[in-house]
Design a protein around this ligand. Structure first.
Ligand code: PLP
Length: 346
């Protein structure tokens, strides 16, 4: 009954097997190995983007901060949601890697930005005023930090709004697989066809040991990304072990199967908990991640029996209603969901 984070899940056996396989003998290093050439070709194919540049890094924070840095000068801004990972959970890495760009935060339901909110915030700043930060780029997250999924149409509306200020769009795809599966679209539809310039395609939360692909749809940005990745200490010498994991992820659409399982588990968990008296969702759940609340006694029973998840404040509720962040993953079982829901129910 571990619903703390999809990061807490084990590595999928196919990824472990690929790592063991990659460990045989000697290979070129620093991403020059054949496996990386194959990964690039496969990702270009998957995203229907034959010109895209593809790089691997080991953490989502590195992917975010490096991707943002190639679209943001130190005197520019990153428009992002006030609950976004880049703003709340990266210890200033985007500011650091960009050389001091300013993060401008926007409010919005379900951790989603709307074009109206973007226009309103952009209206507070003036291009050409030397006293103000200049427009840099827009940063979106899909699945959002509270568990909702932007549709490709919503993303397209946002990237179009950003473009009116000359801004590119980055998509934090730590859970991109879950978002694509939930939206029922193709990777291309959720990214470059919707106007996204650069995206991270996360693997760590979806069964890999630690790999995120950064996909640049404008190959002219590739060299700058390479230099920044190296300078940041994120170019792995034994890169074959990153490439091997990503190969396993792409093989027979493993990414898609694992995300489908995690999302289905999320739906099953929500469904099982709706029968609990006093249960409500705090935000809309579209994929494998949810914020919910229910009476304290149910929390006590579940935790005493070994359930694990993050406590959250209850919202607009009596004091004995406590919140929880619950995350399902590729390995979540129906049995643990049923056991957990029965304990919460009492
Ligand atoms: C939305 C989002 N982006 C990025 C990350 C990447 O984080 P890390 O650097 O811990 O791999 C996370 C992890 O929690 C996340 O939830």
């Amino acid at each position: 009954m571990i619903f703390g984070s999809d990061n807490m899940a084990p590595v999928h056996p196919a990824a472990m097997a690929a790592l063991a396989q990659a460990n045989c003998g000697y290979t070129p290093s620093y991403g020059t190995e054949d496996a990386m050439k194959q990964v690039t070709a496969q990702i270009r194919d998957l995203f229907a983007a034959p010109e895209a540049a593809v790089y691997l890094v080991a953490t989502g924070t590195a992917a975010n901060a490096l991707a943002l840095s190639i679209y943001t000068q130190p005197y520019q801004s990153v428009f992002c949601h006030e609950l976004s990972h880049v703003h709340m959970d990266e210890c200033g890495a985007p500011e650091f890697y960009s050389g001091g760009a300013k993060l401008l935060t926007l409010a919005g339901d379900n951790a989603q930005i709307t074009p109206e909110a973007l226009h309103a915030k952009a209206g507070e700043y003036h291009r050409g005023d030397v006293h103000q930060v200049q427009f840099g780029c827009l940063s979106l997250t899909n699945v959002t930090e509270t568990g909702a999924v932007y549709t490709p149409a919503e993303i397209a509306a946002l990237t179009a709004a950003a473009r009116t200020y000359g801004m590119a769009t980055y998509l934090d795809g730590a859970r991109l697989a879950n978002a694509i599966v939930a939206a029922g679209c193709t990777p291309a539809e959720m990214t470059w066809k919707a106007g996204v310039d650069v995206v991270s395609f996360g693997g760590t939360k979806n069964g890999l040991m630690g790999v995120e692909a950064v996909i640049l749809f404008d190959p002219q940005k590739a060299w700058e990304f390479e230099l920044r990745r190296k300078r940041a200490g994120h170019l792995f010498s034994k890169h074959r072990f990153l490439a091997a994991q990503m190969q396993a992820y792409l093989q027979d659409d493993l990414w898609c199967h694992l995300a489908r399982h995690a999302n289905a588990a999320g739906a099953e968990l929500e469904q099982a908990l709706t029968t609990v008296d006093g249960f409500s969702l705090q935000y809309r759940r579209d994929a494998n991640l949810m914020f919910a609340q229910w009476p304290r006694a149910g929390h006590d029973r579940a935790k005493t029996a070994g359930a694990y998840y993050y406590d959250m404040p209850g919202t607009g509720a009596p004091d004995d209603i406590l919140g929880a962040r619950l995350v399902c993953n590729w390995n979540t079982t129906s049995e643990e969901i049923a056991q957990f829901a029965a304990l919460v129910k009492g």
